[in-house]
Design a protein around this ligand. Structure first.
Ligand code: ADP
Ligand code: MG
Length: 319
């Protein structure tokens, strides 16, 4: 059981940033309005996340750390599923198999909070005003072969920061805070998409960007695309979301390259934060839960739409 979890963990939890992604998604699934993250030593030493979401009831706390009974690896098919799909509904169990995990939670209307550490059989009473606190300490303490693939503190923090920014951009309605080694690195108040883009990408980006707002045939592209003059030396300011989910997709990248191609030269990367909203039936986002690819049913149409929406916006005279 532990071994299976560790194999699963290897697929979904390859570094602190992927733990953070799962924890942030859980907080948002729990309808949190405020999410605070504290990292120690790039998240390797500790990731602590506190939210004001719905909480986990006492009798569910232990279950939240267990793998779902239906997903035992019994056949080659199952193994293949692990490789291609990762584990669904088993992130916490996977994380608990490779780190020291504690859950503290209080439901709305609960008389007090409850706390359980992975490996314990039942929760104990605890103090918490509401919501959930999850602590993940000493990632890969029990899997030295994996631990040695972790990079420097600065690199691991950088990956955590990337994950944090992507999720914060997609959910401007939620307040977020990020701390590293006791220092606040991001404090984001709830607001609209424009404000969140400004906070994440900076005043200079917004000052050099065009607002994108194009809708056609059930597709909508919104957000900001920087003018070519603001292109950066790395792709650190390239954010693309499909139905609220961050993607880094070949088709989309190509469409954007084309959109900028006429006006942009050299190897610099255009900066953008763009949100494509479409019928969920037209896109498969579960190609790999830990990766960022998607598969579009109407790939050609999507490519054309994104390309033209961006190039037209960039070419239009300033209003
Ligand atoms: P999944 O999110 O796919 O269901 P996870 O392993 O990520 O699987 O989480 C297991 C369960 O623990 C969730 O289904 C949810 O019920 C509960 N849970 C985890 N994190 C939170 C949270 N921050 N607030 C409320 N419930 C949570
Ligand atoms: Mg989850």
């Amino acid at each position: 059981e532990v071994l299976i979890n560790q194999i699963a963990a290897g697929e979904v939890v390859d570094r602190p940033a992927s733990v953070l992604k799962e924890l942030l998604e859980n907080s948002l699934d729990a309808s949190a309005r405020v999410v605070e993250v504290q990292l120690q030593q790039g998240g390797v030493k500790q990731i602590r996340i506190a939210d004001d979401g719905c909480g986990i009831a006492e009798d569910q706390l232990g279950l939240a750390l267990e793998r779902h009974a239906t997903s035992k690896i019994a056949s080659l098919d199952d193994l293949e599923r692990v490789a291609t799909m990762g584990f669904r509904g088993e992130a916490l169990a996977s994380i608990a198999s490779v780190a020291r995990v504690t859950l503290t939670s209080r439901t709305q209307g609960g008389a007090h909070a409850w706390r359980i550490a992975a490996g314990e059989t039942s929760p104990a009473p605890a103090a918490l005003n509401g919501g959930t606190v999850i602590e993940v300490a000493d990632l890969y303490w029990n899997v030295p072969a994996r631990r040695k693939f972790l990079k420097s503190e600065a690199t691991e923090f950088g990956h955590c920061d990337d994950v944090f920014r992507r999720i914060a951009l997609a959910r401007p309605d939620v307040a977020f805070q990020l701390q590293h080694n006791g220092r606040v690195t991001q404090r984001l108040a709830p607001g609209d998409a424009a404000r969140r883009c400004r906070e994440i990408l900076g005043e200079e980006f917004i000052a050099n960007a065009r607002a994108v707002e194009v809708e056609a045939a059930g597709l909508r592209l919104s957000g900001f695309a920087a003018l070519p003059a603001y292109a950066r030396a790395t792709r650190d300011a390239q954010y693309f979301f499909v139905n609220g989910r961050f993607v880094r997709d070949k088709l989309i990248a190509h469409a954007l390259r084309e959109a900028y191609a006429d006006i942009l030269h050299g190897s610099r990367f255009p900066a953008f934060a763009l949100f494509l909203d479409m019928d969920p039936a037209g896109v498969d986002v579960n190609v790999h839960p830990a990766k960022t690819e998607v598969r579009f049913r109407e790939a050609r149409a999507i490519h054309q739409f994104v390309r033209h929406a961006v190039s037209r916006t960039l070419a239009s005279p300033v209003a």
